[in-house]
Design a protein around this ligand. Structure first.
Ligand code: GLN
Length: 479
């Protein structure tokens, strides 16, 4: 069930929250050994919240999420509930506070089912960088679910939750959503509070929904977005109703097709599905317009300088004193070094080294400053394009889900899987990935729809129109 369906069933009395939660845990118990979506399950907590929901429902119809079980990526702090970032360094970290997004979900009555697996500190594209085991793609257990929000995407795709939250620094919501055949939205930078999201690259990170359909994405956006005094980068904008555009016509809407996204290395079957999707949008009244985003080819290089620079700074706080793991050492410095050596995995260390290098004096101007300048050019590319078009449509990923182990030895190959999603974070604009077909091996393909700053409404409108005209989102993995 989607959030929308489950809420209606609950309100009509067709299903009770407790039954829903029990049914979900039965599903999890049957599948989790094969899928591996969760780092931890919050069974007792979920059962007691479900009982609470039933009491509330005796008084009134409840709130937007009363009785709805959701999964939360394990880099989003939940008070009193372990939040590990899939890292040994935070293996036993229990946050003393609640993130703003989960606080908002709580105020609407949601039920936390469990915390989902990710690449350590959200650094990766396959969830293989987790310190706590692999998550498998529900469409093919030999393949990765994408990353870093692979646990959330796999949990949604396998019906091990109703919907989930992920975080996206360079594609970590959209890419796993594409690989798992679900809907993933990266909001405009500043739209959703990052308070309580463990920072990876603060100028790029955003939390967003991973859902079974577009309406659920809008429903969750209505709850999690909005100004937050605890996050100085959260935008003070009037509240939006993200469901308001759903069902509106897209006739006359200009759809930009950037030529830089249909390049060598793009899988033929992915390309065909995306081109078919563009035709479908055209048949719904959209007007395709070829556009250019000329600095696209520099996005991967700029992103991996900026993201690693910010990460090296953000991760300095894990020193064995303030959080989590502390290893024994002969003196203070030795303790720091051992803690960080034992606590961080290989990819995290690689990024700390890269970022520290890019920020060091003598190299700062050549790397960090240059990357910031390129970032501005990329942002301007989007601004120019949006003078002529309403939304931009691209493939979400160059290939469908790849095999477990296929890229893990080659970081550069892994970094290239984000080639179509990174620019969106660098520019700060919103993007959504929705299912738009399957390959001959029955692997899902994702369509990315990108919007102007703070224009989630348009991308949701186009996504919904496409979804209503197709049934890719109804297909389920045979597990
Ligand atoms: N795969 C990208 C990276 O490794 C993006 C990760 C993310 O969005 N958190 O940095």
């Amino acid at each position: 069930m989607s959030i929308d369906e489950a809420r209606s069933a609950i309100v009509r009395g067709e299903i009770r929250p407790l039954e829903l939660v029990i049914a979900l845990f039965e599903r999890i118990d049957a599948l989790e050994e094969r899928v591996g979506a969760y780092v931890s399950l919050t069974r007792e907590n979920a059962l007691s919240r479900a009982r609470q929901a039933e009491d509330d429902l005796k008084q009134n119809a409840g709130k937007a999420l009363t009785g709805i079980p959701l999964a939360i990526k394990d880099n989003i702090c939940t008070e009193g509930i372990k939040t590990t970032c899939s890292s040994k360094i935070l293996e036993n970290f229990i946050p003393p506070y609640e993130s703003s997004v989960t606080q908002r979900l709580k105020s609407e009555g949601y039920i936390l089912i469990g915390k989902t697996n990710l690449d350590e500190f959200a650094m990766g594209s396959s969830t293989e960088n987790s310190a706590f085991g692999l998550t498998k793609n529900p469409w093919d257990f030999e393949r990765v679910p994408g990353g870093s929000s692979g646990g959330s995407a796999a949990a949604v795709a396998s019906d091990e939750c109703i919907a989930a939250l992920g975080s996206d620094t360079g594609g970590s919501i959209r890419q796993p959503a594409a690989f798992c055949g679900v809907v993933g939205l990266k909001p405009t930078y500043g739209r959703v509070s990052r308070y309580g999201l463990v920072a990876f690259a603060s100028s790029l990170d955003q939390i967003g929904p991973i859902t079974k359909n577009v309406r659920d994405s809008a429903i969750l956006m209505n709850i999690i977005s909005g100004h937050d005094p605890y996050d100085s980068t959260s935008a003070d904008m009037p509240a939006s109703d993200f469901t308001s555009g759903l069902g509106q016509e897209i006739k006359g809407l200009k759809i930009g097709i950037p030529k830089e996204y249909f390049i060598e290395g793009l899988d033929k079957e992915v390309e065909n599905s995306v081109k078919e999707a563009i035709k479908k949008l055209e048949s719904l009244g959209g007007i395709p317009v070829e556009i250019s985003l000329p600095h696209t080819e520099y996005a991967v290089a700029a992103y991996y300088i900026l993201a690693t620079s910010e990460a090296s700074s953000n991760l300095a706080r894990y020193d064995g004193v303030k959080y989590g793991l502390r290893s024994d050492g002969e003196d203070l410095i030795d303790m720091y070094m051992r803690t960080r050596d034992e606590g961080f995995g290989a990819e995290v260390k690689r990024r700390i080294i890269l970022g520290t290098y890019a920020l060091s004096s003598g190299y700062y101007d050549a790397y960090y400053k240059k990357a910031q300048q390129v970032r501005t050019l990329i942002k301007e590319d989007f601004e120019k394009a949006f003078e002529n078009v309403d939304v931009i449509v691209t493939p979400t990923t160059p290939t469908p889900a790849f095999k477990i182990g296929e890229k893990i030895e080659d970081p550069l190959q892994m970094y290239l899987t984000d080639i179509f999603t990174l620019s969106v974070n660098l520019a700060g604009v919103p993007g959504i990935s929705i299912p738009c077909g399957f390959t001959s091996r029955n692997l899902p393909v994702g369509l990315q729809i990108i919007g102007k700053h703070f224009d989630e409404e348009s991308i949701l409108k186009v996504a919904y129109a496409y979804e209503q005209a197709t049934d890719w989102h109804k297909k389920k993995p045979n597990i």
